[in-house]
Write a protein that binds this ligand. Structure first.
Ligand code: IMP
Ligand code: MG
Length: 187
């Protein structure tokens, strides 16, 4: 796991809330490069399928696979759980199924963030009955203090505090996914 550094001083005001930089773009990209290298080494001789969880993981998946040096495939699940709020509804719904056959394949689930772990548990339980050869998880961010469900995250970009974050794919009421770095809600 890498250290989180604040190298940008801009802040973002959304209504009465202020977001400040948590992970700078260069720190983010360097970590993703290392994750890509590690996964490429771990999967030599295999052709894994990276399964991105929409919408949040789309930027991370794109940057991650640019750093994968072995053959690979991609597919997507689309889940909904947060609505427009900062707090999860606790319900996970599947909005888009996979288009690939995961049977006998090496699966790497790609998430932007694991908070309570409910979404990840839901996804793993959806995939497992189709009998993949292996199933691992890579999440750019994990909030260890928020984990409520026992899910193994095999590759972690950064452990972060249990605060609401936006940017780099992560939204607040569907906006701010286009920000190039991760911002956190300041107290
Ligand atoms: P979990 O099911 O509680 O682990 O929540 C995981 C999902 O909630 C992630 O895939 C995100 O889409 C969303 N999420 C969790 N924390 C945040 C956050 O701080 N900002 C934006 N989205 C979040
Ligand atoms: Mg997500």
């Amino acid at each position: 796991m890498s250290e989180i550094k604040n190298t940008v001083t801009d802040h973002i005001v959304i209504g009465k809330e202020v977001f400040v930089p948590l992970i700078a773009e260069d720190v983010l990209q360097l970590r993703i490069k290392k994750l890509g290298k590690q996964i490429s080494e771990d999967y030599v001789g295999k052709v894994p399928i990276f399964i991105g969880i929409l919408n949040g993981a789309f930027l991370f998946l794109a940057d991650l696979i640019k750093n994968i040096t072995i053959d690979c495939e991609i597919d997507f699940f689309k889940l909904s759980s947060y609505g427009d709020d900062k707090i999860s509804s606790g319900n996970v719904t599947l909005l888009k199924e996979l288009n690939c056959d995961v049977n006998g394949r090496d699966i790497i689930i790609v998430e932007d963030i694991v908070d309570s772990g409910l979404s990840m548990k839901f996804i793993k339980e959806l995939i497992a009955p189709h009998k993949p050869a292996s199933m691992k998880v890579v999440s750019l961010l994990v909030k260890p203090d928020s984990l409520r469900y026992k899910v193994k995250i095999d590759y972690i970009g950064f452990d972060i505090p249990s605060e609401f974050v936006i940017g780099y794919g992560l939204d607040y009421a569907q906006k701010y996914r286009n920000l190039r770095l991760i911002y956190v809600l300041s107290e």
